[in-house]
Design a protein around this ligand. Structure first.
Ligand code: CA
Ligand code: CA
Ligand code: CA
Ligand code: CA
Length: 306
């Protein structure tokens, strides 16, 4: 397991879903009880993200993007909310020009209304940003920007309202860039491993959307098996860190060595009244299992951080 994205059902929160990557197989679609509904065995998918409302063949479409290391391409799917299934919409092979496409996030610009896929190469750490296009009713991508982060990176997340792009440079820290294609290379440090609150590797990043531009940015702080939380609004003040511990009553192991994570602020029923955090769990001991994803109530995170 590596990364996942939460899809929020527009009217029935309990029907929301989690789409996760299996690095050896493809994508899996899970319900809120963790039951697997669909397997998409299209290659070694590393990271995944989605955006709503992309106009494809004249219809608003939920578009799901993943880095496919088998074909070194971007895989694009339409998510059908009624069927609760993914279906490919890519116009042929969407080449990345990378030796090993790795981290990935999506961005919808409030400024232009354009949709973007942002992904990097595990080999040189460089990110590329592509605009998503409708080409004869299928989805294609067009390169618009490159970002040289400096060293190994993977996790990223874009804030559609504030136009920010967060990138976790694993050994160095968390950066904020402009998410616009004109954003260039300028950036500000949100936090660092050296002299900061982070311990390498810094991995997955996600954004909790509150009202009026407020909320949180969450990063997996792999070196401490915990998660760092920052204010969404600049200058992104550090709020605190928390662990996801075992739930002995339910027989669920705690989470550690987390790669990808995602969070939504929409209430998802009685179990997740203030939204849901999902984290990849790199190691399962009790019971001994393969890697998986853990669902956490955001309310519990807020209580832990007081
Ligand atoms: Ca990593
Ligand atoms: Ca790592
Ligand atoms: Ca990873
Ligand atoms: Ca675990």
């Amino acid at each position: 397991a590596d990364d996942m994205v939460v899809w929020v059902h527009p009217t029935t929160p309990n029907l929301s879903l989690v789409i996760g990557t299996d690095k050896k197989l493809g994508l899996n679609v899970y319900d809120l009880k963790g039951k697997r509904l669909q397997v998409v065995p299209d290659g070694r998918m590393n990271n995944v993200d989605l955006r709503e409302g992309f106009m494809l063949a004249g219809k608003p479409t939920t578009i799901v993007a993943a880095t496919n290391r088998t074909t070194r391409s971007i895989s694009l799917y339409r998510f059908d909310p009624a069927a609760r299934r993914l279906a490919s919409i890519a116009d042929g092979m969407l080449e990345t020009g990378m030796s090993d496409p790795y981290g990935l996030c999506m961005y919808r610009s409030a400024k232009s209304g354009d949709y973007f896929v942002i992904a990097n190469d595990s080999v040189d750490g460089k990110y590329r940003q592509w605009r998503v296009l409708d080409r004869n009713g299928k989805a294609a991508i067009e390169l618009v920007r490159e970002i040289a982060v400096g060293s190994q990176a993977e996790g990223c997340a874009a804030d559609d309202e504030l136009g920010q792009l967060y990138i976790a440079e694993e050994d160095v820290g968390l950066w904020a860039y402009s998410a616009e294609p004109s954003g260039g290379q300028s950036r500000m440090a949100v936090d660092k491993t050296e002299g900061g609150n982070l311990t390498a590797d810094v991995e997955g990043v996600a954004i909790y959307y509150g009202e009026n531009g407020k909320g949180y940015v969450i990063a997996s702080n792999q070196g401490e098996d915990d998660y760092a939380v920052y204010r969404r609004e600049a200058p992104h003040a550090f709020v605190g860190k928390f662990h996801v511990v075992a739930n002995e009553a339910l027989g669920i192991d705690g989470s550690s060595e987390t790669d990808g994570l995602d969070v939504v602020s929409a209430p998802l029923g009685a179990d997740y009244p203030a939204g849901m955090l999902v984290v990849q769990d790199g190691r399962n001991l009790m019971p001994a299992q393969r890697q998986n994803f853990k669902y956490v109530s955001w309310q519990d995170v807020m209580q832990a951080l007081e």
